[in-house]
Design a protein around this ligand. Structure first.
Ligand SMILES: [Zn+2]
Length: 82
């Protein structure tokens, strides 16, 4: 799983693939420019919808939050945030 920090909402999204010549799509449906770059670990506040999409279990979500914290992201996500 690759992650990207979107310049549009400043959340770390789980990237699902390219959405065109210059954009890529996240698992939650968010589209961002390819210039956002890719990281092995989330480096910002996690996109809640992406977390739910890629981490179906409580343990998996905990692992993601720890990975974000270790990568100097804030390691937080808010399931009620749209
Ligand atoms: Zn997302």
């Amino acid at each position: 799983m690759r992650w990207a920090l979107s310049p549009r909402d400043y959340r770390a999204h789980a990237v699902s693939g390219l959405a065109g010549d210059s954009t890529m799509a996240a698992r939650c449906g968010h589209v961002m420019p390819v210039e956002a770059g890719l990281d092995d670990s989330p480096r910002a506040q996690l996109c809640a919808a992406c977390v739910l999409a890629v981490a179906p279990t409580f343990e998996a979500r905990g692992g993601l939050v720890n990975a974000a914290r270790d990568a100097d992201g804030c390691g937080e996500w808010f399931p009620d945030d749209k």
